[in-house]
Design a protein around this ligand. Structure first.
Ligand code: ATP
Ligand code: MG
Ligand code: MG
Ligand code: MG
Length: 439
C-alpha cells in the first residue's frame, strides 16, 4: 500500500477525551473514529488489525473443533422469553420495535438463538459433540462506556456455544475452549491468566475469565506469580485427546487465580507473600459451563444411547476482538507510539522514502516495495512528500514491526537502513541483504 493513496488520518495532538494510552494511541494513529457513545468506525489501519485478531481467533477455534457460522445481530424478544431472560436482562439490552410493532432486540449475546438452531436440527447424541461459533457485533447499553473500544456499547465478540450429551462431554468441550484460549492470546503476544470467575447473567457453575494484567484494567485480580512462567501449549496439541487437554487445564488451574468477586482470602494467605500478585486486569475472554440452563426451558434435547431423551449440556465461550486490540496496545507501546506484535500488525514493514523525487531513492524504494510484496509481506510505503522527521514519527506511532529506511546518501551507496520498532535497533545493510531479509 502506498501511503499517498491510503487513508491514515494521524492526529498530531493528544485527544483530550482519551484517558488511557490505548484509546489515545488508537485515535492518534488513525485506527478508529468515534461515532457515538461507545460506537466506533474501524478506519483502514484499525480494520486490518481487527481482521488479524479475528483470524487468529478463528484459526484456534477451528483447531479446537468449533464450526463457524454467522447469526444476525437483531433477535426476537419471543426467543428470549422462552429462556426467561427477556425480563431479567435489564437496561443493558437495547430493545427495538419494528413497523409491525414486533419486539426485537440487538443481541448482547446469543445463547437463545443458537439453542433454537440446535433444537431444530439435532436429535441424536451421535451428532455430538457440537460447537458453533460466530464473530459478530453485539450491543450492550453499558452504564459507563469508556476507554474507546475497551468498553464500547457496540463491540465485536467471538462467541462459541458447545452442546454435549452430559456433564462429562460438556467438561471436555469446556477444556478444549480453555486451551484454545491460552493459544489464542499467546499468538497475539499477550499473557492471559485464566481466573476463577463469577458467571453473572449467563448463569452456570464453572467459569474462567482470561485476564491480561494492566494498570488500566477495570478488574481487581489476585494470582500466583507461577502463572507468568507456565508454558502455553503448542500448535501440535491434540484436541482430540481429552486426557491431554484435561491435563493442560489442570496445570493452568492449579495455582491460585481469582477475580475480586471470587477471591478467597483464606486460600490467598497460604501463598508465600513473594508469590502473590495482586493487580489490575483486563477481561479479554470468558468461558462458562451452564449445563441445562437454556436447553431445558427451550427444549433442546437429544436421544441418548439409552434410547431416552436428554437435555443437552451447554457452555458458552466469549472473546472480545475489539477490546483485545486495545489490550494489546496497553501491553505493548512506548512514548513514541504502538509496538505491534508481528502476528497482528496492520502491515509488516514501513518502507520509508526519505527523499521522494530523488531518482536513486525512488527506484530503490520501488524495487524493495515490489520484492517485499512479491514475498507475501504487507508493506506500507511512505511515498508522501512529508519531511523525513514526520515520516519517522508516523512510522513509530503506527508501530509496524520493521522500518526500512531509504535516504539519498545510503541509496547512492546501495545501502538502506533497517530499524526494529520494538528494540529500536538500527542496522545499515546493502540492498541485497535487505532483499534477502524480507524478500
Ligand atoms: P465486562 O466485565 O468487561 O463488562 P462481561 O463480563 O460483561 O465484560 P462477557 O459477557 O463475559 O463480558 O463477554 C465476553 C467478552 O466480550 C468479554 O470477555 C470481553 O472481552 C468482551 N466484552 C464484553 N463487554 C464488552 C464491551 N462493552 N466492549 C468491548 N468488549 C466487551
Ligand atoms: Mg459487562
Ligand atoms: Mg466481566
Ligand atoms: Mg465476562
Amino acid at each position: 500500500m502506498r501511503l499517498s493513496r491510503y487513508f491514515l488520518p494521524i492526529l498530531k495532538e493528544n485527544p483530550r477525551e482519551a484517558e488511557i494510552v490505548s484509546h489515545r494511541l488508537m485515535l492518534r494513529a488513525g485506527m478508529i473514529r468515534q461515532q457515538g457513545q461507545g460506537s466506533f468506525t474501524m478506519l483502514p489501519i484499525g480494520k486490518r488489525v481487527m481482521d488479524k485478531v479475528c483470524q487468529i481467533i478463528r484459526e484456534e477455534q477451528n483447531r479446537a473443533g468449533a464450526l463457524e457460522i454467522l447469526m444476525p445481530t437483531i433477535q426476537s424478544a419471543e426467543l428470549w422469553r422462552e429462556s426467561g431472560r427477556y425480563d431479567d436482562y435489564g437496561k443493558e439490552m437495547l430493545r427495538i420495535k419494528d413497523r409491525q410493532d414486533r419486539e426485537l432486540l440487538y443481541g448482547p449475546t446469543n445463547e437463545e438463538m443458537v439453542t433454537e438452531i440446535f433444537r431444530s436440527y439435532v436429535k441424536s447424541y451421535k451428532d455430538l459433540p457440537l460447537n458453533l461459533y460466530h464473530i459478530q457485533w453485539k450491543f450492550r447499553d453499558e452504564v459507563r462506556p469508556r476507554f474507546g473500544v475497551m468498553r464500547g456499547r457496540e463491540f465485536l465478540m467471538k462467541d462459541a456455544y458447545s452442546f454435549d450429551l452430559n456433564y462429562e462431554g460438556a467438561k471436555a468441550a469446556y477444556n478444549r475452549m480453555f486451551v484454545a484460549y491460552l493459544r489464542t492470546f499467546t499468538r497475539m503476544g499477550l499473557k492471559a491468566i485464566p481466573m476463577r470467575a463469577d458467571t453473572g447473567p449467563i448463569g452456570g457453575d464453572l467459569s474462567h475469565e482470561f485476564i491480561i494484567l494492566a494498570e488500566t484494567g477495570e478488574s481487581q485480580v489476585f494470582c500466583d506469580r507461577e502463572f507468568l512462567d507456565l508454558e502455553v501449549p503448542g500448535a501440535s496439541t491434540d484436541f482430540g485427546n481429552d486426557a491431554q487437554i484435561a491435563h493442560i487445564v489442570k496445570e493452568w488451574t492449579t495455582p491460585y487465580a481469582a477475580t475480586d468477586e471470587m477471591h478467597d482470602e483464606a486460600a490467598w494467605d497460604k501463598i508465600p507473600a513473594d508469590d502473590r500478585l495482586s493487580a489490575r486486569g483486563i477481561e479479554v475472554g470468558h468461558i462458562f459451563h451452564f449445563g441445562e440452563k437454556y436447553s431445558k426451558p427451550m427444549g433442546a434435547k437429544v436421544q441418548g444411547p439409552d434410547g431416552k431423551e436428554h437435555n443437552v449440556s451447554m457452555g458458552s465461550y466469549g472473546i472480545g476482538p475489539t477490546r483485545l486490540i486495545a489490550a494489546i496496545i496497553e501491553a505493548s507501546h512506548d512514548d513514541a507510539g504502538i509496538i505491534w506484535p508481528e502476528s497482528v500488525a496492520p502491515f509488516d514493514i514501513a518502507l520509508i522514502n526519505m527523499k521522494v523525487g530523488d531518482h536513486e531513492c525512488d527506484s530503490i524504494c520501488e524495487r524493495l516495495y515490489d520484492a517485499f510484496q512479491a514475498a507475501g509481506k504487507d508493506v506500507l510505503y511512505d511515498d508522501t512528500d512529508q519531511r523525513a522527521g514526520g515520516k519517522f514519527a508516523t512510522a513509530d506511532l503506527i508501530g509496524l514491526p520493521w522500518q526500512v529506511i531509504v535516504g539519498p546518501r545510503g541509496a547512492a551507496a546501495g545501502e538502506v537502513e533497517i530499524k526494529n520498532r520494538r528494540t529500536g535497533e538500527r542496522e545499515t545493510v546493502s540492498l541485497a541483504v535487505a532483499l534477502e531479509r524480507f524478500g
